[in-house]
Every structure is written in C-alpha cells, then in structure tokens.
Design a protein. Sequence first.
Length: 304
Amino acid sequence: MSDIVVIGSFVADNVVTVKEFPKEGQTVLGDTFHVYLGGKGINQAVAARRAGCSVDMFGCIGNDSNGDAFLKLLEEEKIGLKGVKICSHIATSVAQIQINAAGENKIIVIPAANHAYDKKDLHDAEPYLKKAKMVLIQMELPQSINFETIEMCADLGIPVLLNPAPACPIPNSILNKIDYLTPNESELEILTGKKSSTLESVEEASQKLLDCGVKSVLVTLGKRGVYLSTNSQKKLFKGHSVNAVDTVGAGDCFNGVFASYLVRGKTIEEAIMAANAAAALSVTKHGSTPSFPYEEQINKYMQS
Ligand code: RIB
C-alpha cells in the first residue's frame, strides 16, 4: 500500500521531431524518431515516485512488447504494479506525437488497452484507495471509470486530484467531489465554456469551478507559470525561463510532483513551487518519463 495511487493510462509515445508542423495536406521531412514510454497516468506515477513518495499504479496494458516495457519501467522505478491488468485481446495504447523546433507538441492517442480497464478492476483497487493519502486520475481511461473513481474517493474520504486531460465537460455532481483540479488553459475553456487567454479570464473561469464545488483549481499556464485559486487564496506562481526542447509530459510532471510534495506534508505553495521547478527541468530534455527529475534535482534547482 502506497502514499499515492494513480489510476490511469499507459501509452507508447511514437515521437517525431520536425522544424515546423506540416500544414494540412503537406508532406515534410522530419529530424528524429523515438519511442518513449508515456501516457498521462504512468507519467504522473513516475514523476510522483521520483519526487520521493511511494506509488501504486492501476491501469491496463496489452500482452505485447510495449506492455512488457511498461512492466520493466514499473519495476525499475519501484512503483507498485499489482493493479496493472494485462489484456490478451487488445494492444497497449499508442500515441503519435509531433514536436516542432520550439518544443511544442501535437498528440493523438489511440486508447486501445487503456479503455479495457473496467468497473471490476476499479472495485478490486478499493483496498489500495482506502489506504492512500491521495489518488491521482486523468481522463485517458473510460469516463465512467474516472467519474466513479472520484465518487469512490469522496465516499472513502481520500483526497483526489483530477488532471482533466484530454478535457471534456464534467457534471457538477462530480466537480463538487474534486479536491485538486489541474487544467491547462485550453482544458479550462472546455470545462467552463469561458475563454481563458488573459489572467483575468483564467481567474474568472477558475472561480466558476470553485462555485461548482471544486476545492482548489491549479491552472498550468506553460512558461507563464501556474495560477492557484481557492476560496481563500488567488495567486500566480511565475514559471521558470528555460530552453525548452520537448514539452511532452511537462503537465504530468507538474501533477505528480505536486501530489508527492503535498502528501509528504508540504504546503500547497511549497508543492506548487517544487512542481513548477520540476516541470521546467523536464522540458529541457527529450521524452516524457525519461525527462522527469528526482527529488534532489528539484530541490537543488529551487535553491539555485
Ligand atoms: O501528457 C503527455 C502524454 O499525453 C504523452 O505521454 C502521451 O502519451 C499522451 O497521453
């Protein structure tokens, strides 16, 4: 039983780098191709684990070479894998990712085995949820599973963090059970129906979520930083200026590290500062999980 339980996705990221994204109908020559182990669920699990807390991962992979690579990663990172289901009838999820010279990305995920995680699997996870200090979920598993996890956590009194990605509208009956909600700007727009390009509009949209019962909203704003909004506090935490080569998984790194610092007794401000620093470090390297820093690196970077 671990500090943090992640119920989420495994995705083999097929990543090409290219100077400029091709336009519709255009063929261009790219620079590099790599397969990295990603998916928002495992990304957040690895980020949380490297930041120092114990983690159990729940989700579904296929009985194939990508699935084997994920099992190896879980073992190497010392992340609990008893809740990982191996499906024989469906492949491990894959994504097609393009990264341009500015480190920006475009991602398409094929859900495959991620969508084979079902209600029985979730109910089997209940003994782990009961003992966790926090549960992390995203939206790459079936929506019914994401929402039921939130309801289970509310019933059990376990804090839940939802990273609403990929975003879709969430009913108020679910929003009011979320402790930490961490959209980026475009996800915030989908959740609230409000344009969120300026800080004022981010503030307004975050307030709408608080009014629906979310306890803390943390909007990740890329290099501009993170905007925290609770009923008693509104604050922008500035981003770090770094040379970004690959932003894939930076949000996941933020979520995992934030949760890891919080469950080990740090304040919400301290956890955001550490997560902000970790996300900045992650974009200076390629790949999602391979780019995530360890606790000592995060603390050293914050002191520098
Ligand atoms: O958040 C980044 C992740 O989103 C990538 O690793 C990709 O797999 C997609 O799920």
